[in-house]
Every structure is written in C-alpha cells, then in structure tokens.
Design a protein around this ligand. Structure first.
Ligand code: HEC
Length: 152
C-alpha cells in the first residue's frame, strides 16, 4: 500500500516545485515570445468578432460562440509571461507593466470578466446583446493597451 502511494506523493511534490520556479527558469526573451503569441491568438479570434460588429463581415452566431470559448482560455494565458525577469527584454510592453502591477492586474481581470460575459451571452443571447458584449471586450483590450502597450 505505502509502496504504491510513494511515487505518487513524490510526483506531486516535484510537480509543485516545478510550477513555483518554472518561470524564473525560462529565458526572458522566450517568455516575451510566448506572451506575444498568446496576444496574437487573442487577436486572431477576437478581431473577426469586432469586424462583425463593424459590419465588415456578415454576422455569424456560431463563430461568436466558438471564438468566445477560445478567448475564454486565451485571455488567461499572456499574464505569467510578464514575469519580473522580462523587465529589460525588448518588447512592446511599457515600463508601467512592471511598476503599476495593481492596475495591470485589474485590466487582466476586467478582460477575463468581459470575456466570461461574452461566453455566456453568445449561447443563445440576442444579436444586439452579443454585439454589445463584443464592444465591451474591445474596450477591455483597448484600455489596457492605452496604458501598458507601446503605441503602434
Ligand atoms: C492587461 C493588459 C492587456 C489586455 C487586457 C490586452 N492586452 Fe494585448 N497587449 C498588452 C501588452 C502589454 C502588449 C505588448 C506585449 C509584448 O510586446 O510583450 C500587448 C500586445 C498585443 C498584441 C501584439 C502582439 C505581438 O505579437 O507583439 C496584440 C495583437 C494584442 N495585444 C491583442 C489583444 C487583444 C485582441 C486583446 C483583447 C481580447 C488584448 N490584447 C488585451 C496588454 C494587454
């Protein structure tokens, strides 16, 4: 019995230790690349929704459901890439990311909560309600970029 449990306990301990130190072991430039990739994918799945709202492409309720679900996961991914050891790495992040961490976190939370609302309303909500929520997500992207991302 104990013999069988031991390797599991060990695996849990090692796994826990790894997750605590994982990001300090990854090269800053790799973290930057990964967080930019997560942002790029958010763009891939969000901008078509915005284009529907703007009337640039036809409205497609199924695409709203699918892309909202992808964004639900993607909107959680970039943030651990803004680790302190990336402070001096070349990127589009403004220094405020590392100094105004409370506000940066608030902006992350706002995005995640607006995306969660989009997931909910995309499932059977009316077209105007879905479009309004796409606008709300757009504002959450934009207001963070305003303060924390270099002007393009
Ligand atoms: C909490 C702040 C924050 C939110 C919210 C946010 N972004 Fe970003 N975004 C950033 C920062 C900071 C960068 C620059 C990152 C870098 O260069 O390392 C960035 C960069 C990007 C980039 C460029 C990636 C690259 O390859 O350089 C895209 C595209 C992007 N964001 C799209 C989005 C979209 C779409 C949303 C909303 C669905 C969003 N972002 C929400 C902070 C945010």
């Amino acid at each position: 019995m104990y013999k069988r449990l031991f390797p599991i306990a060990l695996a849990v301990t090692v796994g826990g230790g790894y997750s605590l130190t994982a990001f300090s072991q990854v090269k800053p430039q790799t973290l930057v690349k990964q967080r930019q990739a997560a942002m790029t994918l958010q763009g891939k799945y969000f901008y078509p929704l915005l284009n529907m709202v703007r009337g640039r492409i036809p409205y497609d309720a199924n695409a709203a459901v699918r892309n909202a679900a992808y964004l639900d996961a993607l909107s959680k991914m970039p943030w651990d890439g803004f680790a302190p050891n990336t402070k001096d790495a070349k990127s589009g992040a403004l220094p405020a990311v590392y100094t105004d961490t409370v506000k940066f976190k608030e902006n992350q939370d706002r995005l995640q909560s607006e995306v969660a609302k989009l997931v909910a309303v995309s499932k059977g909500g009316s077209e105007p309600a879905i479009k309004a929520q796409i606008e709300a997500v757009d504002k959450a992207c934009g207001s963070c970029h305003e303060t924390f991302r270099e002007r393009q």
